[in-house]
Design a protein around this ligand. Structure first.
Ligand SMILES: *Cc1c(COP(=O)(O)O)cnc(C)c1O
Length: 367
């Protein structure tokens, strides 16, 4: 191809950006290694598969696909607003919560700003920050999780946004509602706090922070949720943020008009009412977590206690090699060296037999 320096034309932050590393797809491992019956525990997906009710609704929705989606997601926003006791003008929908996280950064952050996140926090935060050309400030972790006092201390006049994942991915660490409440009360109002609760549904009701209620008192608080995990819609892409109405108004000007498609809108509406599916997701996750934790304890493997739908296990300096060997045994997990955790592997909770496949393969390697 003709020599052409596209990089020189790109925005400065984008020139040195590393692409997001997704979990390895099953088909890719099949293709590359020529093996079948692969178990994927690499992307924190819901092992139950799609809710049966959603499947039926999607069949019915197919006939409408020649039309554009509802650009305002009226029915889904109405349902969410009812569920969380907010007004529909406080909700912004997205093509997965990644979309709204990026939208937030583009709406509020520019290259003169600083954005704070924790070491080992979800990689999308540094990614969107760098893409804009803003300065990312990674605050060293405390016990693998967020060090909130240190994050407060990192705020400067240039700080515009703070990302907090609770529970955090890839560590599964969790901040109590008391810790969060104390933190938010001390953040100045001109600094936006994005509380990413992608794993909210897996947290016990007693432990969940009343984060949406806090927005009335702290208009700079943004609560992000997703349908990708406990609701099992990762492939459809559906997420949202709940915010002060003025934040939603601004995001609405920037977003793509059809950033949720007709199928994902319909699926999200339906699964939100599927209490049985959600309960089953939570139950299967708790059982699978116990299964993996028990294996770690019995095998003397350290792990980071997790509040999510995954467990991050310390396997030692050969983590990259163990990852490859697990692949060859037909089990895909997630290396997390890119999160400054070179000795760990993140294992998503699967169905009992899938967890067992990981346990068997791992036990074999430990021999
Ligand atoms: C999985 C995950 C999300 C959700 O991403 P989607 O774009 O909604 O699929 C968001 N934040 C964190 C921390 C996650 O782990």
């Amino acid at each position: 191809m003709t020599e052409f320096n596209a990089k020189a034309l790109a925005n400065p932050g984008i020139r040195t950006l590393s692409p997001y590393q997704a979990g390895k797809p099953i088909e890719e491992v099949e293709r590359e290694l020529g093996i079948k019956n692969i178990v994927k525990l690499a992307s924190n997906e819901n092992p139950l598969g799609l809710s049966a009710k959603v499947k039926g609704a999607l069949q019915d929705a197919l006939s409408g696909l020649a039309r554009y989606p509802d650009a305002n997601g009226f029915y889904l926003k109405t349902k969410l607003a009812e569920k969380f006791g907010v007004h529909t003008n406080q909700i912004t929908l997205g093509n997965g919560s990644n979309d709204v996280l990026e939208l937030l950064a583009r709406t509020f952050v520019n290259e003169t700003h600083e954005v704070i996140f924790a070491q080992h926090a979800f990689v999308v935060y540094p990614l969107v920050t760098q893409a804009i050309g803003a300065k990312g400030v990674a605050v060293p972790a405390k016990n693998y999780g967020h060090d909130l006092p240190a994050m407060l201390a990192a705020i400067t006049p240039k700080t515009r946004m703070i990302f907090i994942a609770n529970p955090n991915n890839p560590t599964g660490t969790f901040l109590t509602k008391e810790e969060l409440a104390e933190f938010i009360a001390q953040v100045p109002q001109n600094v936006l706090v994005v509380l990413d609760e992608a794993y909210y549904e897996y947290v016990s009701e007693a432990e969940r922070a009343p984060s949406v209620e806090w927005i009335a008192q702290y208009p700079n608080l943004i609560v992000s949720r997703t349908f990708s995990k406990a609701y099992g819609l990762a492939g459809l892409r559906a997420g949202y943020v709940i915010t002060h109405p003025d934040i939603a108004d601004l995001m609405n000007r920037v977003r793509q008009p059809f950033n949720m498609n007709s199928l994902s809108l319909r699926a999200a509406e339906v699964v939100l009412d599927d209490q049985e599916y959600l309960a089953e997701s939570i139950r299967v996750n708790a059982d699978g977590m116990a299964q993996l934790v028990q294996f770690c304890e019995q095998s003397g493997l350290n792990y980071i206690p997790s509040h999510g739908n995954f467990l991050t296990i310390e396997v030692g300096s050969e983590a990259a090699e163990i990852y490859q060997q697990l692949l060859r045994a037909g089990v895909i997990v997630r290396p997390v060296a890119g999160y400054q955790l070179p000795n760990h592997l993140r294992v998503s909770i699967g169905l009992p037999a899938e967890n067992q496949a990981f346990i068997d393969a791992m036990a074999n390697l430990l021999k």
